[in-house]
Write a protein that binds this ligand. Structure first.
Ligand code: GLA
Length: 386
């Protein structure tokens, strides 16, 4: 984190010839369970991780927006008066999309000054750990402070989601930004994506001698393309055919009727969402009653449902999950939107080296690319740096 603070401060100063007014940061997230349930008004249980995006930001005297980062040589410039989703492209659509999206939640863009921002991040890109939500949330808290908007964190999560949907063009839900904004150390965020009520629940991994191992397959994915949108469309079709507002309105008891009404593929998409919502509730209940050593089976069941019913896994994710389980993880599943990215393996601390070695060996034996494995901890959500 100290390194990032230095790069961002130095980067800002050298690109913009002045010290920044302040630094803000926001974490990536990992989802413990509850996949493709957020846009179905369902339940999710992610946590903010100890990998962050840091932004340095200053307001300007005029109405120009300038965006720079350590991952691109260019500095993007846009007058505030030209700020529309249609005018945004490339990586700067994330920070500038947030500035635009704030206007949809009350910010008067005709009355605010422009800004300079410099961004750096150690959230791995394309690993399914929400590097994009980390940028959006960091910029959202920074502008909320400096433009003195007084928006609360739940609203800022919607701002980030809108930026992602409209400026980036990915039809994603509210989970990632909520985790990044509402997360707390050693705890996960149990979020009802319909009411946006959130409860922060202690994970107790340390006390149980467990760690969460990320297995980044390095198979890259993008949710602004095909698979994600088609899964979302199947869910909407299923809900329409079953006469409900969203799949959240169904329970496991409705599945027999769903099987009669729906074609096989739509039925399996629906079954994933309905059973996954139940698994989130079961995970929260089990965690509270018995602690984290008892949630492994739910993680495993979630993976099978995504592999077989929702069909968003890839061979690398399946191999990561199976190998981690075989080598001592107590539960494992792919995490995030799917079609690549990372798996998680809840693993006794002492077995981390063994699980890591087994996964690397299994990938080599299959001729897959070298995966990246690292442990993450639950960290605090977005905020201003002291
Ligand atoms: C991506 C999206 C989230 C969510 C997950 C799947 O991470 O950004 O909104 O839909 O996929 O659970």
């Amino acid at each position: 984190m100290n390194d990032l603070i230095t790069t961002v401060t130095d980067g800002f100063t050298s690109r913009f010839d002045a010290a920044p007014a302040g630094l803000w940061s926001a974490p990536g997230r990992v989802n413990l369970i509850g996949e493709h349930t957020d846009y179905n008004d369902g339940f999710v249980f992610p946590f903010a991780i100890n990998r962050r995006t840091v932004v340095a930001l200053s307001l300007r005297d005029d109405r120009l927006l300038r965006v720079a980062s350590s991952f691109a040589a260019e500095t993007v410039e846009l007058p505030l008066d030209d700020l529309t989703p249609e005018n945004l492209a490339g990586w700067s659509a994330y920070p500038l999309g947030v500035a635009w999206a704030l206007s949809q939640f009350g910010a008067d863009l005709t009355a605010v000054p422009g800004f300079d921002v410099f961004i750096d991040s150690d959230v791995p890109i394309g690993a399914g750990l929400s590097s994009s939500a980390a940028i959006e949330s960091a910029v959202a808290v920074a502008l909320n402070d400096l433009w003195q908007l007084g928006l609360d964190r739940r609203v800022l999560a919607r701002v980030g989601q809108l930026a992602e949907n409209r400026a980036v063009g990915a039809p994603t839900g509210i989970m990632d930004q909520s985790a990044s904004l509402l997360g707390e150390a050693d705890a996960a965020v149990f979020l009802d994506c319909r009411s946006l009520e959130a409860e922060v629940i202690p994970l107790g991994f340390d006390a149980a001698g467990l760690e969460l191992l990320i297995i980044d397959t390095r198979v890259s994915h993008a949710h602004s393309t095909g698979g994600y949108a088609s899964r979302r469309a199947s869910c909407e079709l299923g809900a329409r055919m079953l006469g409900v507002t969203s799949l959240r309105d169904l329970t496991v008891d409705d599945l027999a009727r769903a099987a009669d009404v729906l074609d096989d593929e739509t039925f399996r998409r629906v079954r994933h969402v309905v059973t996954e919502n139940q698994r989130v509730l079961d995970t929260v209940r089990t965690l509270r009653a018995q602690g984290p050593t008892a949630i492994g089976d739910l993680l495993d069941a979630s993976h099978l449902s995504m592999r077989d019913d929702f069909e968003i896994s890839v061979p690398e994710l399946d191999l990561a999950v199976e190998t981690a389980r075989g080598a001592g993880a107590i539960g494992a599943r792919m995490t995030g939107g799917g079609f690549g990215g990372a798996a998680i393996a809840l693993t006794p601390s002492a077995l981390i080296p063994q699980v890591t070695a087994a996964v690397i060996a299994a990938f080599a034996a299959q001729g897959f690319g070298v995966p990246d494995l690292f442990v993450v901890r639950a960290a605090d959500g977005a905020g201003r740096q002291e």
